[in-house]
Design a protein around this ligand. Structure first.
Ligand code: F6R
Length: 622
């Protein structure tokens, strides 16, 4: 995910671009850049690795770049590491040149999205004499526009249309052509982009807050559409070059909506915040490539002496405990049991005095979880709380606290807190395994590296969310949905099913796939949606067999598996693929499409996504 901004008008562009980018930094922050043109003069580009503030300092808050037309970008790296050369804007010329240098290339552009066939296109362009200075897919698409521009009629609209037909993937593209001063051209497919107009000024951005300081008059550019922006004017075109008539919308946000950063619901905003929440939580305990549990009161000696772990929580937090149980037992070979807090507190649990009780809670105020914590303490058992809200009751009362860094979670249905709780569980499991000599240092380092790939992989799944939206729209009248899986996949099914129930009010069940035929399979009827989660290679064939059993009874199948398992298409009616990861960590990826399914089903049924009926964010009564 990246943020793009453009401006053409009478004012100086650079300060406006920097201001807009500052509102989009939540979309990416590993590098930033702007390109500005002064009248007919060639554009000047300034880029820098790191946060936007470095770019701002470099350009004296934009004052060092003169010109009234420009584009800017803040990046979250996908293709090519975070670096100045890979940062946007990119140019059609063969060498990037230096900061503030005049750019003689025909096309300059910024891009949000992913060009899937960029390797193939790069090969084509290399044959036509282009060379490449960066590792990005964006440079390829800019050069492709240049290629079509020069090959055909030197018409930006035609060159962009030809490029749009040729590329696969998602994009919000914002371009300046040397031969067209005072113009910005944009094109969009599956990546957000809005256009704002005020007296003599035109703006473009990935998200509304970037331009709210200047205008509330906004146009939404549709999928596979282009637009030409000049000072105070915008014209829209379809792929055939026909002009499209559009009406602007006035943004009437209240303060609360503004906090949604342009998302319709807090839940969708929070779904998109997961990469950052995961990254922040990892960073809090990983130092110099090693996990530091000393800071949460677990020395190596203690880790070695712990005889068993008991994890206690409610709802989604409980579901993360089920995942941790699988991961911890598989990796660290230490017995883990998982308990629902409201059961645990009243059933007189037998706990080993050398054991560790871990309670997990986003709010840190859940009454049953707090009571479970108090019970463990009364019994003299060491306690650790995994909590999101700083200073909450559970955080204050536990012996030690592992804070998840999800930030404030407002939607009632948890998403980003769930994801950070998973990360907390993984970090504990990996460190316990290493300290207790169950894994060697090479595997340990590999696991930590793998954890750091999760944010980017979540990002990739989110880029394809419209496909899930499309599928879910067809299920708006579903009455019963079944989620089946084995091992960690079963644990994820519990969460997928809860997400669906709580916000879309569609009844669903999560079942361990092998358990279905012990009764529940009698509920499968013609057309019942059955979602199979299959990320564990050792269990894959077995879950496929259980899906086939459902199909034979009329079930309509969706398969959720990792890229590579394309044979699932022989069985499932609809498939969703997620990036590969170490299978211990797959829940962090497979849960994302399931969160999106719950969200889109709720939206398609016209429900209050953020505040579902009968629920509250924090359950402080038992
Ligand atoms: C579901 C959800 C709830 C909470 C549960 C525990 O989306 O949010 O199931 O997970 O109420 O809340 P915390 O984590 O605050 O203890």
């Amino acid at each position: 995910m990246c943020g793009i901004v453009g401006f053409v008008g009478k004012k100086q562009a650079a300060p406006i671009l920097l201001d807009g980018l500052s509102k989009l930094e939540y979309r990416g922050y590993d590098s930033a850049g702007i390109a500005v043109r002064n009248g007919d003069e060639p554009a000047k580009i300034v880029k820098s690795k790191g946060r936007l503030k470095i770019l701002s300092e470099k350009t004296d808050s934009g004052n060092a770049l003169i010109g009234t037309c420009g584009i800017g970008h803040t990046r979250w790296a996908t293709h090519g590491e975070p670096s100045t050369v890979n940062s946007h804007p990119h140019i059609s010329g063969n060498c990037m040149g230096t900061d503030f240098g005049e750019v003689e290339s025909e096309v300059i552009g910024v891009h949000n999205g992913i060009i899937e066939n960029f390797k193939e296109l790069k090969g084509k362009l290399l044959k036509h004499g282009y060379t490449f200075y960066s590792q990005t897919d964006t440079e390829v698409v800019i050069k492709l526009v240049d290629y079509y521009y020069k090959k055909y009629t030197h018409d930006p609209q035609e060159a962009i249309a030809k490029t749009m037909v040729r590329v696969r993937g998602s994009y919000a593209l914002c371009l300046m052509f040397k031969s067209c001063p005072g113009e910005i051209w944009v094109a969009r497919k599956d990546s957000p982009m809005i256009i704002g107009i005020s007296e003599g000024e035109t703006y473009v951005a990935s998200d509304v807050p970037a331009i709210l300081n200047y205008t509330r008059n906004v146009y939404y550019i549709g999928n596979l559409e282009m637009a030409r922006l000049t000072a105070g004017k915008v014209s829209f075109f379809n792929l055939d070059g026909d002009e499209i008539d559009k009406k602007s919308t006035e943004i009437k946000w209240n303060a609360e909506s503004a906090e949604k950063n342009g998302y319709e619901h807090f839940m969708m905003k929070e779904i998109h915040e997961q990469p950052k929440a995961v990254q922040d939580t990892l960073n809090s305990l990983v130092k110099d490539g090693k996990i530091d549990l000393d800071s949460i009161g677990l020395s190596d000696e203690e880790i070695k002496s712990i005889s068993q772990i008991c994890m206690v929580a409610c709802g989604s937090a409980y579901h993360t405990c089920v995942v941790t149980q699988y991961v911890m037992e598989s990796m660290a070979k230490i017995p883990v049991r998982v308990e629902i807090a409201s059961e645990f507190r009243y059933r007189g649990p037998v706990l080993d005095k050398n054991g560790l009780v871990i309670v997990v809670s986003q709010s840190g105020e859940t009454a049953d979880t707090l009571a479970a914590l108090r019970l463990a303490k009364e019994k003299g058992i060491k306690t650790l709380a995994i909590v999101n809200v700083v200073g909450s009751s559970i955080a204050r009362e536990a012996d030690n606290v592992f804070y998840t860094l999800a930030g404030p979670e407002i939607a009632v249905a948890t998403t980003k807190a769930y994801s950070t709780q998973l990360i907390a569980g993984y970090l504990l499991a990996v460190q316990f395994a290493f300290v207790r000599n169950e894994i060697d240092s090479e595997y340990y380092a590999g696991l930590i590296n793998e954890l750091y790939t999760i944010p980017q992989k979540i990002e990739k799944i989110l880029e394809d969310k419209e496909r899930i939206q499309w599928f879910v729209a067809k299920q708006a009248n579903a009455k019963d949905v079944f989620f089946i899986g084995r091992g960690i996949d079963y644990a994820v099914c519990l969460e997928g099913s809860l997400k669906m129930k709580e916000i879309s009010y569609v009844h669903s069940e999560a079942y361990a796939a092998g358990e279905l035929k012990h009764g529940t399979i009698s509920l499968i009827e013609e057309g019942t949606l059955v979602i199979g989660v299959l990320t564990q290679s050792g269990l894959y064939e077995k879950t496929v067999s259980n899906m086939v059993e459902c199909k034979s009874r009329g079930g309509y199948l969706m398969g959720l598996t990792s890229y590579g398992h394309y044979e699932i298409e022989d069985t499932a009616d609809f498939t969703v693929y997620i990036p590969k990861t170490d299978e211990h960590f797959s829940a962090s990826l497979s849960v994302i499409p399931l969160q999106l399914m719950g969200y889109y089903l709720s939206v398609s049924r016209g429900l209050d996504v953020d505040k579902p009926r009968n629920l509250a964010k924090s359950v402080t009564v038992e």
